[in-house]
Structure formats: C-alpha cells, structure tokens
Design a protein around this ligand. Sequence first.
Ligand SMILES: [Zn+2]
Ligand SMILES: [Zn+2]
Length: 359
Amino acid sequence: MVASKKQRIWHRSNEKSDHFDGLPDDIIICILRKLCSTASCPSDFISVLLTCKRLNTLGFHPLVLRKANPKSFAVRVRNWSESAHRFLKECAKSGNSEACYTLGMIEFYCLRNRRSGISLLAKAAIKSHARALYSLAVIQFNGSGGTKDDKNLRAGVILCAQAAGLGHFTALRELGHCLQDGYGASQNIAEGRRLLIQANTLEAMSQLGSMALPRVLLHQLSTSSSTSLVLNIVSSQEIDVANRFLVEWYGLRDDELGPEGLRMCSNARCGRPETRRHEFRRCSICGIRFYCSRGCQALDWKLKHKGECNPSWDLFFAENGVAHVEDGPVEQWFHAVDEGNDDVESTQDEDGVNTFIAI
Ligand SMILES: [Zn+2]
Ligand SMILES: [Zn+2]
C-alpha cells in the first residue's frame, strides 16, 4: 500500500518533468519545418515521425510538408510503397511544387494515371517550376498519353520558352532547334542558332558549378538576368529525383514495355517511356536510338552517342530516296566530320526528314 503511494508520487513528478508535452504545437511545427527542409534523405525525416504520435501528426501538417526539400521525398524504387506514395501526395497537397512535379512524373509515366499526372505537373508549372514546364512541353510536342493528333507544337514551344526563361538550358536548346527548324514556331535560323549557343553556355556554367564561377560573372548574371535564372542554373546540377525514379522504375520492369512495342528514351538520364507506339523521334543516322525530345537527343549525342552512332544506309535510302544522297545532308554531315567539326548533331524535323546541324 505504501509502495503504490510512492509509485503514484513518482509518476506525478515524472509527468511534470516531461517538457516536450508542454511545448506548444507552433514550436514543434517550426522545428519539423527546419528538419524537413534540410533532410538529406527520406529516413532523416520519417524516423522522427515514427518517434511518437504527436510528432507523427504534426509532421504531416501542411506548413511542414510545404517546406520539404526534394531529398526528403527522394524515394528509391526499391522502397516504393503505399506509405511513400501517401507521403508524396500529402507533400503535393500542401502546395510543395517540387513534390507536385515529382509525383506528377511518377503518376504520368510510371503509374499511367495520365490525368492526375498532368494536373500535378500543371500545379507545379503555375508556380514557375522550370522542369514541370519543360515536362509539359515534351508531353505537348509528343501528344503523350493521347494520339498523334493530340500533338500541340505551338503549346510545346510556349511552355519551352517559359522554362527557358527560368534558366532551364535543355528547354532553351529545344527552343533553339524549334526556331531553327520552324517546328511549332516561325522559322528564324539566326535566332535559333543564338539560343543554341546560349544553351551551351548555360550548360557549361552548370557543369562548372556555382562555386567555380568567377565572382564577376555571377554579378553580371544577377544583374543582367533575373535571380531565378541564376538559381535555376545552379540547381540544375542537383539530381532530378523524378528522372532517377523513372530510370529505376523501368530498369526493374524492362519486360513491361517490350510486349506493347514501346521504347524508352535513349538518354540514359531521362527515363521517359513512350506512351504509345512510335511516339519518340529516332536518330536519323543509325535509326536505333529513340528520344522523347530534341533536348534529350542533343544531350545524348554530346555525352555518348556521337562516338557510337553508325549510319544506316538502308534507313537513309528508305526515308530520303537516292536523290538526296548526291547533294544531301548526309554528305554535309560527313564533310563536317572530315573537317574535324565535332559540334554536329543530327535531328529529324516534323516530317521525319533528316537535318544535320552544326552548333
Ligand atoms: Zn545514331
Ligand atoms: Zn528523354
């Protein structure tokens, strides 16, 4: 009897000393916001939510999830689960545009929920999310999720221009090709070439990294262009969680697309699959590489394909006829290569006609 009285007294004094319960929700939300915005991987944040019911509830507060940085929801495909899906959904619902973009890409390309994917990408795009704008442009150019008739080249060009204005150099390169070839926009070769050069400069800058950029150049950039441009160039160095997820997803399901006659984009860092047969453009020299966009084609050409691409004469004769060979673009291309001009890339225009562009 005496012992139980002592125990009650001990419990009461212990309850009083639990300062955590005495903390107001606002302060805990503030701490969780900080944690969520600086997490370096999903477990940094999730493990805290598992600590107690109160942290679990407050951790899902929109004020916390809106601040979640991409690394906190950078789930790998091997860890994909209902809970991971729910967490991403909650982040997107809170208005986190990076989460809207990531989940939009997963819904559209992996889970094949096209409508929901587009709507999430649009939600991010409205908030000037450059990669969401560019992804919507790719969808418009290809008519992805629909038929060939659903292609909207004009809309693709407008979305590309918006993404390019935010410093997305792949979108800028895409736009350059569009203007140069008159694809979805009035042809303007000089302006197209100017944009291609600008895109190469931005890309080179992103590879150098913000720390390596001379102070003077950073100052010029921040004064001559918008701050968001500089920030986007710098952030483009970071891994794209959505593209990595797509690559991993179809890496584990390579037998899923084959029977449907669908192909993956040959740019190994892209991960986009075709949503219908013959959706992607193919390399018009070898005919064995397929790309979701000119941006991916140009990037892969630079990084890898230039060294491995071999002309398929069968393909060339079939697509262009013998007349083109006498004085056609293939001769121009070989001529450029003979002269040691490495900056040559191949593209196809709207009708699948070969064009070879020295940039
Ligand atoms: Zn090729
Ligand atoms: Zn691609």
